[in-house]
Unconditional design. Structure first.
Length: 129
């Protein structure tokens, strides 16, 4: 079971559709998404990560709300998370696809801000931050 707050930025329809399209178990995908969100909160923390990515990448923050950061980061960021979380290539691809699709569906996010060398990343913010 996953913490609903960790999955709050993701529409159920997006998660279900990506799981189906990528032939991965939906519950396994939800767990991987939640584990990724928890990892960002724990080490080093959402605000610190966003600060680091803003320094490393041009136009890293696509949109910020009180609950969520919509980011554009390099693929190497995802490769590092995949290795850290022990995700196989198929599950990692599905996790990335959920983030990408969620950003594309967010009407308040200008997805044209994602350049060809970047990949979307959605970061849920803990309520206390």
């Amino acid at each position: 079971m996953t913490d609903a707050a960790l999955l709050a930025p993701f529409d159920d329809e997006v998660v279900r559709g990506v799981a189906r399209a990528n032939s991965v178990d939906e519950e396994q995908l939800r767990t991987a998404l939640a584990d990724h969100q928890q990892t960002m909160r724990d080490n080093p923390g959402v605000e610190d990560l966003v600060y680091e990515w803003r320094k490393r990448f041009d136009d890293a923050v696509l949109r910020r709300t009180p609950e969520t950061f919509f980011m554009a980061v390099r693929e190497t960021v995802w490769e590092e998370y995949g290795a850290h979380l022990g995700l196989d290539d198929y599950l990692l691809a599905a996790v990335v696809a959920v983030h990408q699709e969620q950003v594309l569906r967010e009407t308040a996010v200008d997805s044209s801000g994602i350049d060809e060398d970047a990949v979307a990343l959605v970061v849920s913010r803990p309520l206390s931050e």
